[in-house]
Design a binder for this molecule. Structure first.
Ligand code: AMP
Ligand code: MG
Length: 375
């Protein structure tokens, strides 16, 4: 509950996705809830938006997909804003039931248990996108990494440092080429025993993208959602002005290093501080390098991707974390028309792409380094 209050406080100032880092899992006394818990929606709060164009503002929190979510919707009246939030709740419940690896009956859980299943439309789309992004990122983004995520205990919060021997045994079970998928029928099968898929690096971005479709269908003039470290902006504020989204400070999750102004886009952060545990004085985070089978080990502490499509932004942010700073910059230079990004190093140095220069404002720190366009 404390985390939900924090999320609301943050939102009254600006959108601070990092504030509701409900997924943070440490060896501290408060265990993170598991996604076995059914999604839980909190009461909707209505207030005066201050905008003549859409006088009602509706805010609501939800706990689902292992994280605290916040929805804000502007509406011409309470009925319109409230319906958009109720529809958002329902959509998240539907997606959680399809994609969770912990809900026994979800399509993914069945696939991971039995090695084969037929995916419905949403999961089939997500698998296709995940495979495309695996290809584009040289295998860094890899949903077949599930056996490793499990071995490190991130699926159950029973954390564990697997032996070299275990990792060597599991690595051959994480190859995307062994995921056989027929797009037409949705039939998927895993070629080797004990393989499994994990949509944790892409599902929240897809979910926020779907919520944009819901808001469009409901005809609201503007709104936004934050799903853990993922923010997606639906259009703009009712007067046409931009939203302001805080980029979390990896060294203090209640703080932010700067603000991005924007509308109609996804702003999605992956970070080593979002979920981790400590063993013998060493921190182990949840973003697994498929080349080594261990948490990615480079100078980055977070990567934020900004682009129109939430699914793409989510997968790319995870991939950039595995690439590390230099490779991430080279990747952006080759794909500069696809996305903008903010990289934060472990010493809290902030680096941005040139497209953000006019809309990123640092908070109490020097101007960020701006990446040059590639040759
Ligand atoms: P994100 O917070 O979007 O970076 O996603 C991290 C989550 O994605 C982890 O908790 C795992 O469930 C999953 N994951 C870990 N490593 C990878 C990887 N290399 N590729 C895709 N998903 C991953
Ligand atoms: Mg991701």
């Amino acid at each position: 509950m404390k985390k939900q209050v924090t999320a609301l406080l943050c939102l009254s100032l600006l959108v601070l996705p990092a504030c509701n880092a409900g997924t943070e899992a440490t060896s501290s006394s408060e265990p993170a809830p598991t996604s076995e818990a059914a999604p839980q929606a909190m009461p909707i709060e209505y207030s005066d938006s201050g905008y003549a164009e859409a006088p009602v503002q509706a805010d609501a929190d939800m706990y689902a997909m292992d994280t605290v979510m916040h929805f804000r919707v502007y509406g011409r009246d309470k009925a319109q804003a409230g319906k958009a939030i109720e529809d958002a709740f329902a959509e998240i419940k539907r997606l959680d039931a399809l994609m969770s690896t912990n809900q026994k009956q979800s399509e993914l859980a069945v696939l991971n248990r039995t090695g084969t299943t037929t995916l419905s439309k949403d999961n089939a789309y997500l698998l296709k996108r995940a495979m495309e992004i695996n290809d584009q990122t040289d295998g860094h983004f890899n949903i077949a990494v599930y056996p490793l995520v499990k071995a490190w205990g991130f699926t159950t919060q029973k954390y564990n440092v697997p032996s070299e021997e275990t990792i060597t045994k599991l690595l051959p079970l994480t190859e995307v080429k062994d995921v056989h998928f027929d797009e037409k029928s949705g039939k998927v099968s895993l070629a080797k025993k004990n393989m499994g898929l994990d949509f944790g690096g892409i599902a929240k971005g897809y979910a926020s993208q779907r919520l944009m479709d819901i808001f469009k269908k409901d005809g609201i003039p503007g709104g936004l959602v934050t799903l853990g470290g993922n923010t997606q902006l639906y259009r703009s504020k009712p007067d046409g002005s931009d939203f302001a989204v805080g980029v979390q400070n990896p060294q203090d999750v209640e703080d932010y290093v700067g603000v991005i102004r924007g509308s109609d886009e996804a702003i999605i952060t992956s970070g080593i501080y979002q979920r981790f545990f400590e063993r013998d004085g060493k921190k182990y985070h949840h973003i697994i390098d498929p080349a080594t089978g261990a948490p990615a080990d480079n100078t980055l502490s977070s990567a934020t991707v900004i682009c129109q499509d939430g699914t793409t932004a989510d997968a790319l942010a995870t991939a950039l974390m595995i690439m590390g700073r230099d490779e991430a910059i080279a990747f952006w230079q080759k794909n500069a028309d696809r996305f903008e990004m903010v990289l934060i190093d472990k010493d809290n140095k902030v680096t941005i792409t040139p497209g953000l220069q006019d809309r990123y404002t640092p908070k109490d720190r020097p101007a960020p380094e701006v990446i040059a366009h590639g040759a």
